[in-house]
Design a protein around this ligand. Structure first.
Ligand code: HEC
Ligand code: HEC
Length: 321
């Protein structure tokens, strides 16, 4: 493996950071970079938010994304309707980071049909999906001020994106499938080496109790996302951590190999978390993604194989249909 010293400029929210990193996974990294056109989406600058009533709503929406717990968490000043996590824990830099699960394509593609619900969903519906699953909380009414602020902010983030288009680096990165099943035992080793320092050996993260805010959010247990959340799918989890973890990592300088990303996903998603079933999900079971971990399925592969792989034969079978 070649060691390569690389300097790059990273532009985030109008902030210029010059960073210099040692990169020891050159071949794999190059493979990832090639798929992405060099012209990246950049979020509008927060200093451009006007000081008008609408601008204030956008700023409030951004605060709600960054400090969800302060407003809506277990001891929130507005309501106690979420689990103590912040939207930003999973939508990094307030939903503006390339492959940090950003919101660049939300305003341009919603309302849209979603296979999970089998319905056309508005931005409000999609926000509530995360509210009740990722934040294991209670849905907000669309006329609610907090919901209006969040939606206004998300629209502002995507305001320079053409209707119906999806910028490079939107959402979550795709990690190539492994030929073998993802392995929770190996994942435990990755977890111990590369995650425990922040998220803790018990996966419960670390809360600053004075401000009631997670410095490091929990990865499982009562205060984590529930079993209906997107991160429970190993492909989403692996893609999120490959491009973003350990915290400070960028998609073009990953610190985890593909195998490590899949294995740590298998380990974390084998731990207990709030069990929630959403009866309306996947009205057409044949539309379930290859790694959706709950039956019934339109094929004969087991829940275990859907959850952990190997996935290649599942994907091929889905393609044939
Ligand atoms: C535990 C992690 C987590 C938290 C916390 C979280 N989300 Fe999400 N969110 C996700 C994941 C993962 C996806 C993508 C899921 C998928 O594509 O299957 C997503 C998708 C979205 C989308 C759609 C993005 C797109 O491009 O289609 C929106 C909008 C969204 N979340 C808003 C929010 C808001 C607002 C909050 C806080 C109230 C929040 N999320 C909290 C994990 C999270
Ligand atoms: C240097 C500290 C640090 C390390 C090491 C680290 N994380 Fe994180 N992680 C964070 C922080 C901080 C956040 C929340 C980011 C934010 O709110 O801006 C986070 C968020 C997350 C999230 C989304 C939120 C949640 O709680 O579900 C996941 C998943 C995650 N980390 C997984 C991992 C995995 C897996 C590893 C090891 C490969 C890891 N992290 C290593 C600091 C760290």
């Amino acid at each position: 493996m070649k060691l390569l010293k690389k300097e790059f400029l990273f532009v985030a929210g109008g902030l210029l950071i010059l960073s210099s990193c040692n990169q020891n996974n050159a071949s794999e990294t190059n493979a990832v970079v090639k798929e992405i056109s060099p012209k990246q989406w950049i979020a509008p600058d927060t200093s451009s938010i006007p000081f008008t009533e609408e601008g204030n709503l956008i700023r409030y929406g951004r605060d709600l994304i960054v400090l969800t717990s302060h407003y809506l968490g277990p001891e929130g000043i507005i309501s106690h309707t979420t689990n103590g996590m912040n939207c930003q824990n999973c939508h990094l830099n307030a939903g503006t980071k390339i492959f940090g699960n950003n919101y660049s394509a939300v305003a341009s593609t919603y309302p849209k049909y979603r296979k999970r619900s089998g319905k056309i969903e508005s931005i409000e519906d999609r926000v509530n999906d995360c509210m009740v699953r990722s934040l294991n909380g209670v849905a907000l009414d669309s006329s609610n001020k907090e919901m209006r602020a969040i939606v206004q902010y998300i629209k502002w983030v995507g305001s320079e994106v053409k209707k119906d288009s999806t910028p490079n680096g939107a959402g979550i990165m795709k990690v190539p499938l492994l030929e073998r099943a993802a392995d929770a035992e190996r994942g435990k080793i990755v977890f111990t080496q590369k995650c425990v320092s922040c998220h803790g050996a018990d996966g419960q993260g670390k809360k600053d109790t004075a401000v009631n805010f997670y410095l490091y959010p929990p990865l499982w247990g009562t205060h984590s996302f529930n079993t209906g959340a997107g991160l429970l799918r190993l492909s989403n989890f692996a893609g999120f951590v490959k491009a973003n973890m350990p915290f400070g990592t960028n998609y073009d300088e990953p610190k985890l190999s593909d195998e490590e990303a899949w294995d740590v996903a298998a380990y974390v998603n084998s731990q207990p978390r709030p069990l929630k079933k959403f009866s309306g999900d996947w009205p057409d079971v044949s539309k379930k993604p290859f790694d959706y971990p709950f039956s019934p399925y339109a094929d004969t592969f087991s829940e275990k194989q859907h959850k952990f792989g190997p996935w290649q034969e599942i994907v091929s079978a889905q393609k044939k249909k």
